[in-house]
Design a protein around this ligand. Sequence first.
Ligand code: BGC
Length: 349
Amino acid sequence: MKAITVEPMKASSARLEDVPEPDPRLGSILVEAVAVGVCGTDVEIVEGSYGWAPSDKERLVLGHESLGRVIDPGSAAGFKKGDLVVGIVRRPDPVPCPNCAVGEWDMCRNGQYTERGIKAIDGYMSERWRIEPEYAMKMDPSLGIFGVLLEPTTVVAKAWEVALAVGGRSFWEPQNVLVTGAGPIGLLAAGIGVQRGMEVHVLDRVTAGPKVDLVEMVGATYHSTTVSDLDFEPDMIMECTGVGQVIVESLQKLASGGVICLTGIGHGGSLSGLAPADIAAAAVLKNNIIVGSVNANKRHWYKASQDLARANPDVLKGLITRREEPQNFQHALQRQPDDIKVVVQFSDI
Ligand code: BGC
């Protein structure tokens, strides 16, 4: 079968190639790939700066934002041929650490977790893949192709849970939330914020186009200024850019008692004229919480599937801006100005 594979940490090594049928050790359910979303992590892996191959191989099958159709459920109860499923990304570390032992693999303490398509287990960008029943999420068939948005929604569902949980360390009634970045994570975060009854503001650089339209469709307010120039102090900030300047301005803008949840994974950059101790002092004096959030456990996968089912279908439709065939995967990985979520489509739905 065909798969999109890469030699991790080696730039320009990605290719579409013939690989053996999926290893039965990866799960008893056999699935035909429908679509796989592309995100910044995939781009980093293909650029040679992230990713790990399985221990017995040189190459990794890419892809962690899956959607597939069951070909053979094996002996798994609750699954049948034709069901639409999405595969969970992370697996607990083998030790296991206390968090993995209780099913919180997203909070793994020793870093020995594995991730489909990212860290030491083959991903979902192959014509067929296998999944363990306990890591397969059955999708409502009415969601169709939008099921491919479940994985990024889980990341956001966890971030919301974390931000609200830590904010609740004292009396706190957050009214407004700022989401920085109108990519898929930012737009999904904004949608969940509106669903939770919050006043949501989204900030990005573009001044027109699909991102701006989608923010309005979600029921949030769009801003194309800098964070410093905003005329309000957010109670909560969902930081979805990973850009140093945006992060620092966000820390300075956060309201007293406010929470900033960092979800973007950026690199490098430098800031002149800012002293870390001054930034820290402001956070101390304002009782701010700065919290990072990555990945998601089964509780978040469950919550995210509910959030996705409640989302406005026109918004979900607008989020998927490009579908590419597997042979054009290189094109799928190249960002274009109006891209939001690009998916590699393996079969019809
Ligand atoms: C994925 C997460 C993963 C993280 C770090 C993100 O792109 O969505 O599931 O934990 O990368 O590898």
